[in-house]
Design a protein around this ligand. Sequence first.
Ligand code: ATP
Length: 358
Amino acid sequence: MASVTLQQLSKRFGEFIAVHAVTCEIADGEFVVILGPSGCGKSTLLRLIAGLEDASDGKLLIGGREVTHVEPKDRNIAMVFQNYALYPHMSVYDNMAYGLRIRGMSKAEIEARVQKAAAILQLGSFLQRKPRQLSGGQRQRVAMGRAIVREPEVFLFDEPLSNLDAKLRVQMRVEIKKLHDTIKTTGIYVTHDQVEAMTLANRLIVMNHGKVEQIGSPIEVYTNPASAFVAGFIGSPAMNFLPASAGADGRSLAVGGLKLPLSAGTIDASRPVTFGIRPEHLAPGPGPWGELPLVVELVELLGADTLVHCRLEGGNDTLVVRLPGTVVPKVGERLGVHPVPGSFHVFDGETGRRIAVS
Ligand code: ATP
């Protein structure tokens, strides 16, 4: 196991900057998930760590040793890919053993490592099968087995579950979590699936346009998003945003006819600001500061919850409210809601950075 240190790590393709000065210290044994929309640079960042792309600038250290321009095979990492990358003509056993044979490892040591990995991944009864005789989930387990037998210092995962159906993804997600709890090797995992990210990560690196937007534990990122981008990207349904304006004192916010006090931060009254609140933090009825008048436009019954899509009365701004599944408002009905105290965010309208909270 080893720590991974990224210092101002950058990658340019010609004029285009795919990864922009990323700095992060990943602790020994930590499981970090790189999350962001398509094209944000997350796979490129992982490929820089793997050595499959050469860094344009910055430094990379694994276990304290600088490896910025070291060959992938000399980095002591193992990577699991989305498309499994198994050898179709080899058995499961040989797929796992192949890399070890190439390194000249003894037969007995290979046997011990493959059997140990097969036991961890419950592949014992499939060892003589070919990949085509396995389900997608089993193939992905073999791909992980091939990484495990190498006993690397760091595991890198590039969207390993995206070829699986929804149910299998959930199962494999749980297996990856158990696997990390068992072997505790440092892991870096790329995904655009926020549920996968939230459930697997010790810490998240949220990226946008090649830059890090925020690094933090899933709960920190969810409850204290550093920017409107992070707030809108993490959470489903997404955070609601409404245009707002600062009170003259800079300590309150005017939104949808309400005047809301701020508990932290001040707002420059000359700047545009955006009010952000999660669907679960809008409660029916008037709160301490009055209520937002909404008109119900669409109701989604999810069983445990009801998602109510609404429009702010007299305007075009829309909001989603999450209510208990027992509450079923009718389309066209008026619904008054209030922001739960201590639950809303204020973002700078131009930079998107969070500047204040209730
Ligand atoms: P996805 O989820 O769609 O895989 P990603 O966040 O992993 O997206 P990357 O694959 O890292 O994104 O790509 C980041 C940006 O860099 C994209 O705009 C992509 O077009 C660009 N890019 C990646 N590889 C190259 C390359 N070899 N040459 C030029 N541009 C590239």
